[in-house]
Write a protein that binds this ligand. Structure first.
Ligand SMILES: NC(=O)c1ccc[n+]([C@@H]2O[C@H](COP(=O)([O-])OP(=O)(O)OC[C@H]3O[C@@H](n4cnc5c(N)ncnc54)[C@H](OP(=O)(O)O)[C@@H]3O)[C@@H](O)[C@H]2O)c1
Length: 330
């Protein structure tokens, strides 16, 4: 089968697109014929060796997938051949990745794809959507009628947070870096969008949320806690989930006096049950059109190296040439 893989960690050009043997399913595995996969920043960190993971070479890259089950192991009881499924959390913690024509995935990491949802859409919401749901529902416990600020509302994770917060009945304030991207955030359900390149975000926030926001979702890799804490309401909750090397100053006094809390997490440490709970509500929203994939472009799987280069230039290099997900098709 064709696959995108590496024989050692390194730059995007380390990715080889070539033939690998298909893998036999273990008793709890499904073999999925892949319809689409999506790129995430974590894929580029693992490929580049920036986030150390146990890797067996040749290592197939990629976390997200959507496709059709073609074979199941003896103990599989959630799925049967012919079922359409999507999933994430592969290519991590010793698991093989998804960027290949066929993947072998433990059934606990797979979810049924709603009938009216294409593989491209399902793959594009996978890791980013589960991340957004874990942070909003499990950690921040966002309530109907509360307000949330999403710093980076047009990105992979941010666009999921905006839509889910809207679906949960919150008032959503987001930032984006261009007029086209502020429009995108509004389309996803943001009530107020601030262009972070042309406006003073803190000053604008003071106007639209004078007593602060209940939840602050930070997608930026170098959070500004001075601004965030100043704009959190009493008992506000802040989510941080990016920027492993970030060591910004933290205003302890204003934070604890207001009774705020700070929540950090990586989605791949969430249990299969936690991820399934997120995936099931996502499926409901996606099927009802309340949650839409934010796809920037669709490429052939053969262009995996180009896709990694583009993701890295944007997430790390802030090139501004990508807005949303890169989906690839075998
Ligand atoms: N902890 C976890 O489980 C987890 C899960 C997924 C992702 N992550 C991490 O979260 C980060 C975001 O991931 P992603 O997939 O959403 O990346 P992405 O699609 O590249 O999005 C990055 C976003 O950052 C925005 N941005 C850049 N500079 C900004 C600034 N100065 N102020 C406000 N917004 C700014 C961009 O806005 P414009 O395009 O509008 O300029 C874009 O929306 C990455 O570092 C990733 O590794 C962590």
């Amino acid at each position: 089968m064709k696959a995108a893989y590496i024989n050692r960690t390194g730059p995007p050009e380390s990715i080889i697109y070539g033939d690998l043997p298909t893998v036999k399913p273990g008793p709890a595995d499904c073999v999925v014929k892949v319809g689409a996969v999506a790129v995430n920043p974590i894929d580029t960190y693992v490929r580049g060796g920036l986030v150390p993971m146990p890797l067996t070479f040749p290592f197939v890259i990629g976390c997200d997938l959507a496709g059709t089950v073609v074979e199941v192991g003896a103990e599989v009881d959630r799925f049967k051949p012919g079922d359409r499924v999507w999933g994430s959390n592969q290519g991590l913690l010793g698991r093989r990745g998804t960027f290949s024509e066929f993947v072998t995935v433990d059934e606990n990491w797979l979810y049924a794809t709603p009938r009216n949802v294409a593989d491209e859409q399902a793959a594009a919401v996978a890791l980013v959507g589960i991340t957004a749901h874990l942070g909003l529902v499990r950690d921040a416990r966002l309530q109907k009628g509360e307000s949330i600020f999403v710093n980076g509302g047009s990105g992979g994770v941010g666009s999921m947070v905006v839509q889910m917060a809207h679906a949960l009945g919150a008032r959503v304030i987001a930032t984006a870096g261009s007029d086209a991207r502020t429009d995108l955030c509004r389309m996803f359900g943001a009530d107020i969008v601030i262009n972070y390149k042309t406006s003073d975000v803190s000053a604008e926030l003071k106007k639209v949320a004078p007593t602060g926001v209940n939840v602050w979702w930070e997608t930026v890799r170098e959070p500004n806690f001075e601004v965030a804490v100043a704009n959190l309401a009493a008992r506000g909750r802040m989510i941080v989930m990016a920027g492993r090397d970030a060591r910004p100053p933290f205003p302890v006094g204003p934070f604890y006096v207001k009774g705020c809390s700070l929540h950090g997490f990586v989605m791949f440490n969430a249990t299969p049950d936690e991820q399934r709970a997120a995936a099931e509500e996502m499926n409901d929203w996606v099927a009802r059109g309340k949650l839409k994939a934010n796809i920037d472009r669709i490429l052939p799987l053969a262009e995996a190296a180009k896709a990694h280069r583009l993701q890295e230039e944007n997430t790390i290099g802030k090139a501004g040439t990508l807005s949303g997900k890169i989906v690839l098709k075998p």
